[in-house]
Design a protein around this ligand. Structure first.
Ligand SMILES: [Zn+2]
Length: 159
């Protein structure tokens, strides 16, 4: 474990990369990710799906990309991605840190490439791959829309 000057530590839930990268704009957005695995966006999604009566396995290590939620019967995996680390095309995914720009840009690009490869590998193995982005969990309406898509697939598989 390491600490940056003001004690803020960030960890990517998927690759376990840790860094003290932060810009003032991103600080509050990334705050929720400090504790690592059970990050707030993921917990929100998990709670909603659980409340709808569906059960899942978590962070399944033997699947490509260690999907956050796995629904074996529906053959569905769900990733809850952090926008910054996984380079979402949104305002949170775009800005590059002021220091070590190239180094971090490369790391993030590497994550995005890996995500793509994992998605293909999962699909090739017959899995449906769903993604919910961190920014989509910030507004109740957006979050509900994304989760309801997942629930629709699960409901279909149950009948
Ligand atoms: Zn985003």
């Amino acid at each position: 474990m390491g600490y940056c000057i003001d004690g803020l530590l960030l960890r990517c839930v998927h690759c376990d990369e840790m860094t003290d990268v932060h810009t003032p704009e991103q600080r509050s957005f990334n705050m929720s990710r400090i504790s690592g695995r059970d990050t707030k966006p993921e917990m929100l999604v998990r709670r909603m799906i659980h409340a709808a009566g569906f059960r899942y396995r978590l962070h399944v290590k033997d699947l490509p990309g260690k999907p956050d939620l796995v629904f074996p019967k529906a053959r569905l995996v769900l990733f809850v991605h952090g926008c910054f680390w996984h380079m979402h095309k949104c305002k949170y995914g775009k800005p590059a840190p002021a220091n070590n720009r190239d180094f971090w840009a490369q790391k993030r690009a590497g994550n995005a490439d890996r995500d793509k490869r994992n998605r293909k590998a999962l699909q090739a193995a017959g899995w449906r791959v769903a993604e919910i982005w961190e920014c989509q969990t910030k507004e109740a309406a957006k979050l509900e829309k994304q989760v309801s898509k997942v629930l629709a697939v699960l409901q279909e598989a149950r009948t």
